[in-house]
Design a binder for this molecule. Structure first.
Ligand code: PAF
Length: 278
């Protein structure tokens, strides 16, 4: 059975997911945070444009034949879950997709009975204007159960199939805690440094930034290891460099947030590491 995809918000990754669903003719809806319908154009790297229409309120009631994906900023996860929790059946899977940590812990208190997954993607997407998202680079999506959650294999396969149709390629990860820490480490270096120095991701490969890159990786590896996910600074430096190379001309999401005077995800990224260290 194919699950209908429901996407919260018209952020860069949510819009990319909707465009993938539109292209694959996969049943989906995307919901705008505004009360009236909205549209977003998503431009792929070959300049093809897919237009998706985002629905406003009222939000629908979901069943076990639906999946709710929450690709919002870390600090919007709580309000999104509160907005949707009374509309979910106990069989509706929920997939969290945000930078930084803390979402799964929040979900455990707000929607404890829900089958819960987490996903991260290395596809690059940039929201250039309210109605225009650009797919800036191909990547892969990593999907798994949220830490301490386990659901049936049938439901796991259904959620996997949705992502395989809409945001491929997808890799199933049996230890998402490790995958999320790995992504967190990359974000904890690239996001604040690119925002502070006002540079694209690739500039971080220059020699002059290496002292900060190494110091952040050293500190993060120690906290990561103490939290039960063994890591070393050289491993994290390699991971950072790989992402900086692959997304060289992109501006990170935190760079964009600072540039546009928006709230950043620093608390869910660097703040989480500091909190775990304590
Ligand atoms: O937040 C971002 O911008 C992205 O997660 C990443 C991987 C740093 C690439 O720009």
């Amino acid at each position: 059975m194919t699950l209908t995809l429901h996407i919260v918000g018209t952020g860069a990754i949510g819009s990319l997911l909707a465009a993938g669903a539109e292209r694959a003719s996969h049943p989906y809806s995307i919901y705008s945070r505004h009360s009236s319908p909205d549209y977003v154009k998503v431009m792929s790297d070959d300049e093809q444009i897919v237009r998706v229409t985002a629905l406003g309120s009222p939000l629908p009631r979901l069943t076990g034949n639906d999946v709710l994906v929450v690709p919002v900023k870390a600090y919007q996860v709580e309000s999104a879950l509160l907005q949707w929790r009374d509309l979910l059946s106990e069989r509706t899977p929920v997939v969290l997709m945000h930078n930084g940590m803390g979402g799964a812990e929040l979900a455990r208190t707000l929607i404890p009975a829900q089958p819960l997954f987490v996903a991260t993607t290395s596809h690059g997407a940039l929201k250039e204007r309210a109605e225009l998202v650009r797919h800036t680079g191909a990547g892969e999506t990593v999907l798994g159960f949220a830490p301490h959650y386990k659901v049936s294999n049938a439901q796991r396969n259904q959620v996997f199939d949705v992502f395989s149709s809409c945001l491929p390629p997808v890799r199933w990860h049996s230890n998402m805690q490790a995958a999320l820490w790995q992504k967190l480490a990359v974000n904890a270096v690239i996001n604040p440094l690119t925002a502070l120095f006002d540079i694209p991701n690739g500039a971080l490969l220059e020699n002059r930034y290496q002292p900060q890159v190494s110091a952040l990786c050293e500190e993060t590896a120690r906290v990561m290891t103490a939290s039960g996910v063994t890591s070393t600074a050289p491993e994290l430096i390699n991971a950072v460099q790989e992402v900086a190379r692959r997304t060289a001309s992109n501006f990170s999401s935190m760079h964009q947030d600072v540039k546009h005077g928006r709230r950043t995800e620093i608390d869910a990224i660097s703040g989480y590491i500091v909190q775990q260290a304590k």
